[in-house]
Design a protein around this ligand. Sequence first.
Ligand code: FNR
Length: 389
Amino acid sequence: MTDPLKGCLNIADLHRRARSRLPFPIYQYLERGADDEYSLRNNTSAFEHYQLQPRALADVSQLDTRTRVFGCDIDWPLIMAPTGMTKLFHPDGELAAVRAAARAGTLYCASTFSSVDLESIAAASPAPKMFQVYVVTDQQLNDQLIERARAAGYTAMCLTVDTVVGGNREEVARAGMNIPPKLSPKSALQFAARPRWVWNYLSRPKWDLANLSDRIRPGKDGKRDMASYLGGLLERRLNWAHAERMIRQWGGPFAIKGIMSAADARRAVEMGASALFISNHGGRQLDSTPAPIELVAEIRAAVGPKIDIIVDGGIRRGTHILKALAMGASACSVGRPYLYGLAAGGEDGAVRALQMLRSELERNMILAGCPRLSEIGPDLVRNPAPRWD
Ligand code: FNR
């Protein structure tokens, strides 16, 4: 059998390979952003506004990328962001992803909207694990998810606050993407063009939102109607009191994901959060936001050195991680890059995506004259990159 990852040298290569393997509606769900996709584009292009200024003649013989976030030791400063319904991209779904985390020396964050239940994810791999919650209207369900995550051995909790309603992803709707995918006359040809995906999908047992499956009730036609269930699920009254209650209930490392201002960062820390994800959900929610990388320095200045800050959105290169660390991030996280790898080549593909980013980061640390994370600081970046035209 040919190596599905053959010839892939970087994340852009894995992206192209993933695109060639996924049915168009599924690819659109993976890739696209909200409204005019300004946030989506800006997440990556904003990195170009900063230049790296290397330190010359530094002894770079001893490289050390190990760090600690959310009370977990990891080999290098990048973690796997929560992504729902991962079985859309590969039949092994979250199980492949969490195993990839262990092989790549990093931490996996499981989503509330996983297509594998949180207990099975926890049992599948020795990787350190975090659980991401959405606040739902059913308070009992919120409490149960937190207690199940505790019992299953998750070390840290993450509350996502940027998704009280779904983002307006027009290209996903235009592609006729349904969840779970249903064949319509319109999409049938697109699915038929990816017979391997269809075969995998049909030959595996049916799956859904595994953490919530006992809550999804049969619709009028007798089928379980996930779309309408999801529509009524998220709590629109979500406010700081919900966050504070969860932080107390969990009692351990707790991150708020979706912080996009210094004022909110300060408030989250006052509430007791030990970590923040500066994130616009990969450009999938509110459009026209700043890129997370543009906010790192001011949020670090606002919360001080002790809080874990994760930068999330648009990271596709080792230089992106290096710039984020230089501006004050504790670590970065990626969503699409490991999903590209997963879609292209299953667990091995996800590992490959992470290894690409890691080896790029390591090489860049050496070339920049900063072989240890403690040596990476604001003096490494010029901001903004000066114009000369
Ligand atoms: C996500 N993201 C996400 N976030 C979250 O808190 N809970 C979730 O269930 C999901 N689901 C999800 C599905 C898919 C297909 C994608 C691409 C993203 C957002 C994710 O955690 C992260 O913030 C972004 O993916 C980061 O941007 P990049 O790395 O994809 O550019």
